[in-house]
Design a protein around this ligand. Structure first.
Ligand code: NAD
Ligand code: GLY
Length: 361
């Protein structure tokens, strides 16, 4: 088992990464001074892991209220968020009752937002069960829900008190979801960790075969990168924006195709190829670099061609991006492989070329 810390002063918290952590009561004890918690999960994850977690809690005398939501990105809405509040109020959960998010990024983001807002803030623990949530969404305190006009548009920065990433839970993950998580893993290599990118090029087959050691290393290295960025820029006034490589295009794909049609990681993969294409047009990376990036996503079994939403629709959805400043689009682009930059002065003709080339290739 490995332990990292997200260093945020008095709001610092540990991330534990290993196999079989769901059964390790000692990791939870210190964070559960009161003997009651509310577990938020969904209809897919509950039959797999809810009883196991409840058994562990039982060993340390903690009772749990369960709130089981419908599964899917399409349910990451205000209506579903209300179901969490309904459950918490019905069961008379108090300000000292921690919420535990048991599931992927959708459950983690929604539970985090419920924790930030229920009774003006209650403690919150992340137990991520997808690769994507273990390497990205459970760490760093971005919480929220979607709006029909844009992804993750309503939310709050609210840090968990603990993250438990049990690698064993990845054994039940569908292949497509494993690949989606790999998109965010590759992202860290591209934006700030070239040695990790090279490691991924050597070990992609092991990751796809769910080799435990390889997965644990990838989760640990990704969380290390994310923890460093979050500690330096919690509220995204600078460096944290770089974690959005591929996301401006990717969110447009996700929203434009209809939530749940493209997985988040799939949108990020195709969106990163678009960002790489634009970086090449800016004269920063070479055609060989773009090919190298495309190949790695293909080896992770991810889509590398964007859907043809039409240039206007892309521009429309991208106009709702959270990085828009003064009405101007900003993009995370690659100065070189392993080094990203937030750019606000992309010439519109280059953006137009990227959009046209990406959807007509
Ligand atoms: P998800 O939560 O929809 O999970 C994917 C699917 O896998 C779901 O059907 C889920 O029920 C199922 N599942 C979860 N764990 C499982 C397991 N162990 N075995 C079998 N099935 C399992 O999707 P995700 O990829 O985990 O997260 C995507 C979400 O995360 C998006 O909404 C995205 O916006 C958000 N996100 C947030 C951040 C952040 O910083 N907060 C970062 C990246 C992504
Ligand atoms: N996933 C982007 C971030 O946490 O900032």
């Amino acid at each position: 088992m490995q332990k990292l810390t997200v260093g945020l002063g008095e709001r610092s918290y540990p991330i534990h990464i290993g196999t079989g952590l769901l059964a390790k009561a000692e990791l939870l004890t210190a964070h559960l001074p009161k003997k009651r918690v509310a577990i938020v999960t969904n209809t897919t994850v509950a039959p797999l892991y809810l009883a196991k977690l409840q058994e562990t809690l039982h060993q340390i005398g903690v009772q749990s209220v369960e709130i089981i939501l419908p599964d899917g990105e399409v349910y990451k809405t205000a209506e579903t968020l209300n179901l969490i509040y309904d459950g918490l109020l019905t069961h008379r959960c108090e300000r000292s009752t921690p919420l535990i998010a048991l599931g992927g990024g959708v459950i983690g983001d929604m539970t985090g937002f419920a924790a930030a807002t229920y009774l003006r803030g209650v403690p919150f623990i992340q137990i991520p069960t997808t690769l994507l949530s273990q390497v990205d969404s459970s760490v760093g305190g971005k919480t929220g829900i979607n709006h029909p006009l844009g992804k993750n548009m309503i939310g709050a920065f609210y840090q968990p008190q603990l993250v438990l990433a049990d690698i064993a839970t990845l054994n039940t993950l569908p292949d497509k979801e494993l690949s989606a998580g790999l998109a965010e893993v590759i992202k860290y290599g591209l934006i700030r960790d070239l040695p990790f990118l090279e490691w991924l090029e050597l070990n992609m087959d092991k990751l796809l075969a769910r080799d435990t050691d390889a997965l644990q290393y990838a989760v640990m290295r990704s969380c290390q990168n994310k923890a460093e960025v979050v500690a330096a820029d919690e509220r995204e006034s600078g460096e944290r924006a770089l974690l959005n490589l591929g996301h401006t295009f990717g969110h447009a794909i996700e929203s434009g195709m209809g939530y749940g049609c493209w997985l988040h990681g799939e949108g990020v993969a195709a969106g990163t190829i678009m960002a790489a294409d634009l970086s090449q047009r800016m004269g920063w990376i070479s055609e060989q670099d773009v090919t190298r990036i495309r190949k790695l996503f293909q080896r992770a079994l991810l889509p590398v061609r964007a859907p043809d939403l039409g240039v206007e629709k892309y521009l429309d959805y991208m106009g709702h991006d959270k990085k828009v400043e003064g009405g101007k689009l900003r993009f995370v682009l690659l100065k070189q492989i392993g080094q990203a930059e937030l750019v606000s002065n992309v010439p519109s003709e280059l953006l137009q070329q990227t959009l046209e080339a990406s959807v007509h290739d």
